[in-house]
Ligand binder design. Structure first.
Ligand SMILES: [Zn+2]
Ligand SMILES: [Zn+2]
Length: 344
């Protein structure tokens, strides 16, 4: 099969022919139909320090966000059969640790990540543990199935705590930020603001959402506008998705008293914060969000999927042969979600 491989610690990837993997007990073999590119894949492409920090495998088949059809099941697989359409939950839990045994498999103490610690989905076939295969309705378009995973992060982040009737700010209009704004709107937030320094992304966000107010992170005085739009109270909910130091600091400035700050983006360095004024005196609640709750976020995503135009978040589709171009498109930031169409 053709697969996108990372074989060295240097920048770049190779498209190569490799043997089709064999599903072991408790695993399924999936014919990959569509896969989506994520920031994690860019780290692996460049082989940044992050890859060493998380112990990424090398050689590695890249990719973790995907949708495909089960073509073979290993021994002991009970819930799936050939022909089933599935999306991948990319956090592979051990099933035995304290977290796994207390309903928090997505933060398993011995967690592996698909396409980071195990071979991924930028290939014609991929092996997935049965526990990580989320069965989709057969009519789901594969490219929509491929973005369920990042959609689930937005669902998890927004619905982690109350949202209905609350003023909400999302910082960062990458695909997950746009989806956070869309989920907040669909779940009944009273006002939703989205801020980013790229006009392209703000325009895209407007086309995906209905009443979300976009603010340019550099041209607009975001703190002043949100202060006045919330009657001087500050935001009830701030979701930080940019992962930038300034984004995190702005998130805490924007949150009102008793507000919540939900951190989704990953800053690459330590962030200095005024904890006294921005957290303690405000009695702010802070949540860290990683991945999706297994499988509460997936059930909720299913309920929101018809309310949100996921198709519009996908701005580019490339065939597998053009994976380099697909990655360059993500790097340009002039894109929403970029999907690779692998097989029909
Ligand atoms: Zn991802
Ligand atoms: Zn575990």
């Amino acid at each position: 099969m053709r697969a996108v491989l990372k074989t060295t610690r240097d920048k770049g990837i190779e498209l190569r022919d490799v043997p089709i993997p064999k599903p072991q007990a408790g695993e399924v073999l999936v014919k990959v139909k569509a896969a989506a590119i994520c920031g994690t894949d860019l780290h692996l492409y460049e082989w940044t320090d992050w890859c060493e920090n998380v112990g990424a495998k090398n050689p590695l088949v890249l990719g973790h966000e995907f949708c495909g059809e089960v073509v073979e099941v290993g021994e002991q697989v009970k819930s799936l059969k050939p022909g089933d359409l599935v999306a991948a939950e990319t956090h592979i839990p051990c099933g035995h640790c304290n977290m796994c045994r207390t309903g928090k498999q997505h933060i398993c103490q011995d967690m592996k990540i698909l396409g980071v610690h195990t071979d991924g989905c930028f290939a014609e076939f991929a092996v997935l543990p049965e526990v990580c295969a989320w069965k989709l309705p057969a009519a789901t378009p594969p490219k929509i199935g491929a973005v369920y995973e990042p959609f689930g992060i937005a669902v998890h982040g927004v619905l982690k705590d109350h949202i209905a009737g609350l003023s909400t700010v999302v910082i960062g209009a990458g695909p997950i930020g746009i989806l956070c704004a869309a989920v907040a709107e669909a779940a009944g937030a009273s006002q939703v603001f989205l801020t980013d320094p790229h006009d392209y992304r703000l325009e895209l966000a407007k086309s995906v959402t209905q009443n979300v107010k976009t603010l340019h992170a550099k041209r607009d005085d975001v703190i002043a506008v949100i202060g006045s739009e919330t009657g001087g109270q500050g935001a009830d909910v701030v979701l930080e998705v940019s992962g930038s130091v300034s984004g995190v600091r702005t998130a805490f400035d924007l949150a009102g008293k008793g507000g919540r700050v939900t951190l989704i983006g990953l800053p690459s360095q330590e962030v200095p914060l005024d904890l006294v004024n921005n957290v303690i005196y405000k009695e702010a609640r802070i949540y860290g969000i990683t991945g999706r709750e297994m499988f509460q976020s997936w059930y909720l995503a299913e309920r929101f999927v018809d309310k949100i135009d996921l198709e519009r978040v996908i701005t580019h589709v490339f065939p597998l042969e053009e994976v380099e171009q697909a990655i360059a498109t993500v790097q340009s930031r002039m894109a929403g979600k970029v999907v690779i169409q692998v097989q029909d």
